[in-house]
Ligand binder design. Structure first.
Ligand SMILES: Cc1cc2nc3c(=O)[nH]c(=O)nc-3n(C[C@H](O)[C@H](O)[C@H](O)COP(=O)(O)O)c2cc1C
Length: 305
């Protein structure tokens, strides 16, 4: 690919896991942080935090995530979704915090990824290299404890930065036609899938990308284990619909003074009603729970007005 010279920095990106034992140049970290903080942020809310790791904590996190290079990287961070600070800001001004745990995942992870990748890109512009560490998912509960992350803060990944002490080749990507769709989603053909697998073959020593993906994502792969702990930590840190389980929605409707509930299937989706003798509130949704949640929200608004 012939890239415009202005895009040259993008050809320099390599995930690097070996670093020289030299700190970042004076003033560089502040500048990298300045760039990261100027990444776009949804609703101006800045729902992310960076935890800079040092000393024993850094070593422990290298062990917990099984990414030894965290310990030897001059700089290492946890890149976290953070709705805790937003809650503090609102409560500080007397507002009651809303109930939007699924939206919190969307905003928090989106903001964290944008800021984290901007941090890495800024570092790369200064000649450093780094590595994202999804390995945090292997030890989420321990990391939350170790770094004392409050309710509303969820580590997305780690990120290391340093002066590279290895020079890996640029790693391949699947063909662009598979990632760029026009207006509607185009499903890849079998021969395109084969091409993608061939393009990616060199990413593993055995030349078998599918086998490497399968170790993570196929039945019995590591992601099934991660799924269990991620769900537990999502719940613990307040990023799930647990409070919107059907039982909880019944309880909320009752607490708002609506003891009767009706849910029915419509031609498309579901409709729910919460009733009391003098009035009712309805909601619609693709799933019964979504319809009920909307009805309960209306009932709660009504009973608090
Ligand atoms: C979210 C995320 C998590 C990752 N987690 C790890 C990790 O835990 N350990 C690691 O060594 N590399 C990790 N990587 C690096 C990828 O393996 C690397 O980006 C990929 O192989 C492509 O190589 P490249 O970045 O040099 O193009 C991660 C990358 C991303 C974006």
């Amino acid at each position: 690919m012939n890239l415009d010279p202005r895009l040259e920095v993008f050809t320099k990106h390599r995930t690097v896991r070996k670093y020289k034992a030299q700190p970042l140049e004076d003033g560089h970290l502040e500048q990298i942080l300045y760039c990261a903080q100027h990444a776009p942020t949804d609703a101006t809310a800045q729902m992310y935090s960076f935890i800079r790791l040092s000393g024993d904590t850094k070593i422990k996190i290298a062990e917990l995530t099984k990414n030894a290079h965290i310990a030897s990287a001059p700089e290492a961070f946890l890149i976290c979704a953070d709705v805790h600070r937003l809650q503090l800001l609102l409560e500080h001004k007397g507002y009651e915090f809303g109930s939007w745990s699924a939206v919190a995942i969307h905003f928090g992870i989106g903001d964290a990824v944008l800021a984290g990748q901007t941090m890495l890109h800024a570092a790369e512009c200064l000649g450093y290299q780094g590595c994202w560490i999804g390995g945090v998912l292997s030890a989420l509960e321990d990391i939350v404890d170790l770094c004392q992350l409050p309710h509303g803060v969820l580590p997305f990944a780690g990120l290391t930065i340093g002066i590279p002490d290895e020079a890996p080749n640029q790693r391949p990507r699947i063909q662009p036609e598979l990632v760029l769709h026009e207006n509607t989603y185009r499903i890849a053909s079998a021969s395109e899938l084969e091409t993608a697998l061939n393009r990616m073959a060199s990413i593993t020593a055995r030349g078998d990308w599918a086998q490497s993906l399968a170790r993570y994502f196929a039945k019995g792969g590591t992601m099934e284990t991660r799924e269990i702990s991620l769900k537990a930590v999502l719940e613990q840190q307040g990023f799930t619909h647990v409070e919107n389980s059907t039982n909880a929605l019944f309880a909320r409707a009752e607490a708002a003074g609506y003891p009767e509930i009706l849910i029915r299937r419509k031609a498309e989706g579901f409709q729910a009603w919460v009733d009391r003798p003098d009035r009712a509130h309805g909601g619609e949704g693709a799933a019964p729970q979504a319809a009920l949640e909307q009805a309960v929200l209306e009932a709660e608004r009504d009973s608090s007005s």
